[in-house]
Each structure stands twice: as structure tokens, then as C-alpha cells.
Design a protein around this ligand. Structure first.
Ligand code: NDP
Ligand code: HSE
Length: 425
């Protein structure tokens, strides 16, 4: 008779429900792949009465799962930061394996979890880019490489919202509502919109690529709240798409690590990644350029990555201590320093709404010139007594743009606060 491994799931929502369903429906195929039979032994949720369609026992006490000796792998799919972290600590204390899709918990507690998990299996493939196996790629497949940098789209909801607004000319809240209906958004969707969720994922990827221990508060994180349809249309006219982009660029001992909306030229592969899709474009010294893309959120897509971790752990079930370091490093030295915000170098998209008068454009360009900012492209739209002036600048330090905009904002012909979006070239 084939050996069996019991799985305990915390959370049976969009992702947990799909994991349980796939294990129940495709047990035979998974057993052929894992070399062992996998089955859901029990699950924990807040309100078990919602989940009577599942055939395994469901309770609301995580201790039921921890004290069950048949549960060898605990799969945490409940979300949050501190409560799942407390559960993760107990899982490792009980000498069980942990699989999670929880990027928020990892962003705050990755280093604690690495230490607590020593010698025990710990998988989190589903935490970044949904069904795209980017964790395995960075941790294992590209281990020979020194990474010059990477950029990517790491949040399906915000990418879906931006794409939908442009395609359907619908408003922000309609597009977000649709993403929630489809199960893409976080329980607190503000994390999708304010860049928090993609920022968490950027930190996980930076840790895998560079071994750095950086907290969410230490990097620039901006969301898509200020991005309106008009800027997406102007960007389109100028040959760009606006995306929420995570960026890591290594320059000697300094790491430029940031997450914000950016204009991407239409010949950049990322600019064509639409809907709920995620993607990453990276450069390694050996592999040169690599681009991967796929669905970034949703129940089955994410369950695919969760089950990859479960099968990987099942295959190595007799290896004790577990031989694979969760983030791919046996030692962390934190040699890289994060580049301060003022020193970021970028080209910019600037939009000014002004009174349509003589000399306004000359005033704007001379203020920019005063701070060493040179203009590459100009677009102007006038209606009645107002004009919208859009400028694309050459590359400049962030602090110069900040100072120039402070000066321009004081002019009496400026009608609204200028809009500034970085351009990633
Ligand atoms: P859902 O909100 O759909 O489901 C959450 C589940 O967790 C529910 O079953 C809920 O039970 C249970 N739960 C919540 N709090 C507790 C608690 N304190 N104790 C026990 N059970 C609890 O979330 P998702 O499935 O969308 O997301 C789960 C995790 O996966 C999150 O960390 C998320 O960031 C991550 N993730 C999600 C993706 C997606 O596409 N949705 C993609 C990648 C990662 P009840 O219904 O009874 O309240
Ligand atoms: N809310 C997340 C997203 C889920 O939209 O990308 C996948 O991590």
C-alpha cells in the first residue's frame, strides 16, 4: 500500500478551497508525481458552517490541526500578518512542514521564519506572481547568476484595474469591484491599490535574488490611487503604458529597490502584460535576459503553486534535516545598501493644468532648466481658457524634480497640483 501524507489547511477561501478541491479531485495524478498519496486530513476556518461541501473535518481551532499527528504539512491560506505568524511558529514547534501563500507575513517575518524553520520544509511559491514559478526560478534555476536587476508586475488586481479602465473606459471602482468578484483582490483591497501587496512581493524577490533583509517601511512604495484615465490616454498617445512596477537595480554595493506606477515604453515586454497577468523581466550575468509571464492571482492559479510546494516537500519526505534553504541562502550578510529616495534617477512624465496664457510653457521649461532638467517631448491640449501640458523629461535625480515642481506649483497660472509619474526606461 502507498504511503500517505496528511495535509492540514488553514483557510478554505479562494485559494484554500481550490487547493482542497484539486487534491481531492486529482489525488491519483498527484500521487504518481509525489510518490506518496496526498490527502486533506482536516482544515481550520473562522466559520465552518460555510464549508459543509467539503468531506474532511473542519473546525475553528488551529490546535485541532496542530495536535493531529497525521497532519505532516500545514498549508496557511488565511492571510494577515501576526496571527498566521503565530500559527507558523507553532507549526515549526510541532515539527511539521509549512506551505504558505502569505506575502504580507513573509515581508515582515521572512528572517524569523527562516530561523524557526531550520531543518524543516518551508514553501512559499504561491506568495509571488500566482501561477508563475518565480520563487523556484530565482532560488534554484538561476543560482549561478549575479543579478544586475529585475523589473516586474507583481499585483494582478492593480494590473487588472489599469487594463480594464483603459480597455472599457470604465471607472476605477467598477474595475476594482470586478477584480474582487473574480477572487483576485486581498481581503483588504487597499493593499492591492496602494502598492502594499506588490511591495511585499518585491521584498521577497529581492531576498531571493540578493539575500537582503529589508522591511516594507525601508523602500519607496506608491500605489495606483492617483492614476487617472486621462494620464493613461496621454501616455498611450506618447507611446507608453502605465503599470505598477517593482524595480530592483544593483549598482555596486547599492540596491535601488522601489515599487511605484511607471510609464513603460511600448517596446518593453512588460507594457503588454494586461489584465490579471504578472510578469518579471530580469538580467543575470550568465543567463542574460529572461522574461516570464502568467496569471498572477485567482484560486486555481495560486493553488497550482501551493501544490507544487506540497509535492516538492512530499518527494523529499525522507530527507531530515530538510536540505533546501527556503530563500536559497545558507548565510545572510546584507552587503547591499538601499538607495535613498532623493538619489533615485529617472525620466519623468509631468502633467500641468494651467491657464492658457503667453509664456506659461516657457516659464515651466525655464524652471525645469534651473534645476538641470531637460525636456525630451512635449504634448499640449487646450480647451477654452485651460491647457494641459505634458512633458517627458530626460533622466534626472528625484530631488531635482521635487524642487522644480515645488517652484512651479507657486505660479499663479497653475490650476491644479502637477502630476508626476516616473518613466522606467
Ligand atoms: P479568502 O479571504 O478568500 O479566504 C480566507 C480564508 O481564511 C477563509 O476560509 C477564512 O475563513 C479563513 N480565515 C481567515 N481568518 C482566519 C482565522 N483567524 N482563523 C481561521 N481561518 C481564518 O483569501 P484568499 O484565499 O484570497 O487568500 C488567502 C491567502 O493567499 C492570503 O494570504 C492571500 O494574500 C494569499 N494569496 C491570494 C491569492 C488570490 O488570488 N486570492 C493569490 C496569492 C496569494 P472564513 O471564511 O470562515 O472567514
Ligand atoms: N491580491 C493579489 C493580487 C493576489 O491581486 O496580485 C495575488 O498575490
Amino acid at each position: 500500500m502507498m504511503e500517505r501524507i496528511g495535509i492540514g489547511i488553514v483557510g478554505l477561501g479562494t485559494v484554500g478551497g481550490s487547493v482542497a478541491k484539486i487534491i481531492e479531485e486529482h489525488g491519483k495524478r498527484l500521487a504518481q508525481r509525489a510518490g506518496v498519496e496526498l490527502y486533506v486530513k482536516r482544515a481550520v476556518v473562522r466559520n465552518p458552517s460555510k464549508y459543509h461541501h467539503f468531506s474532511f473535518p473542519i473546525s475553528c481551532d488551529v490546535e485541532d490541526l496542530l495536535k493531529d499527528d497525521d497532519v505532516e504539512i500545514v498549508v496557511e491560506l488565511m492571510g494577515g500578518v501576526e496571527t498566521p505568524f503565530e500559527i507558523a511558529k507553532k507549526v515549526f514547534k510541532c515539527k511539521k512542514a509549512l506551505v504558505t501563500a502569505n506575502k504580507a507575513m513573509l515581508a515582515y517575518h521572512a528572517q524569523d521564519l527562516i530561523e524557526l524553520s531550520k531543518g524543516l520544509p518551508f514553501g512559499f511559491e504561491a506568495s509571488v506572481c500566482g501561477g508563475v514559478p518565480i520563487i523556484e526560478i530565482l532560488r534554484d534555476s538561476l543560482v549561478a547568476n549575479d543579478f544586475g536587476g529585475f523589473e516586474g508586475i507583481f499585483n494582478g488586481t492593480s494590473n487588472f484595474v489599469l487594463s480594464k479602465m483603459l480597455e472599457d473606459r470604465c471607472d476605477f471602482s467598477q474595475a476594482l469591484h470586478k477584480a474582487q468578484e473574480l477572487g483576485y483582490a486581498e481581503a483588504d483591497p487597499s493593499l492591492d491599490i496602494n502598492g502594499g501587496d506588490a511591495g511585499h512581493k518585491l521584498l521577497i524577490l529581492a531576498k531571493l535574488a540578493y539575500g537582503v533583509c529589508v522591511k516594507p517601511e525601508e523602500i519607496l512604495v506608491e500605489g495606483i490611487e492617483q492614476i487617472g484615465l486621462e494620464d493613461m490616454c496621454f501616455a498611450d498617445e506618447l507611446g507608453y503604458a502605465i503599470k505598477l512596477v517593482g524595480i530592483a537595480k544593483k549598482d555596486g554595493e547599492v540596491l535601488d529597490l522601489r515599487l511605484h506606477p511607471a510609464l513603460l515604453h511600448k517596446d518593453n515586454d512588460l507594457s503588454n502584460v494586461n489584465g490579471v497577468k504578472n510578469a518579471i523581466s530580469l538580467h543575470g550575468d550568465c543567463v542574460k535576459d529572461l522574461f516570464v509571464s502568467g496569471f498572477g492571482a485567482g484560486g486555481e492559479v495560486t493553488a497550482s503553486a501551493v501544490i507544487a510546494d506540497i509535492v516538492h516537500i512530499a518527494r523529499l519526505r525522507n530527507a531530515s534535516p530538510y536540505p533546501c534553504p527556503p530563500f536559497g541562502f545558507f548565510e545572510y550578510q546584507n552587503l547591499l545598501k538601499i538607495k535613498p529616495l532623493e538619489e533615485i534617477q529617472s525620466a519623468y512624465y509631468l502633467r500641468f493644468i494651467v491657464r492658457d496664457e503667453y509664456g506659461v510653457l516657457a516659464n515651466i521649461t525655464s524652471s525645469l532648466a534651473h534645476f538641470g532638467i531637460s525636456v525630451k517631448q512635449i504634448l499640449q491640449k487646450s480647451s477654452h481658457s485651460e491647457a494641459t501640458i505634458i512633458l517627458i523629461t530626460h533622466c534626472v535625480q528625484e530631488k531635482n524634480i521635487t524642487l522644480a515642481l515645488q517652484e512651479i506649483q507657486k505660479m499663479d497660472w497653475i490650476l491644479t497640483s502637477p502630476c508626476k509619474i516616473r518613466i522606467n526606461e
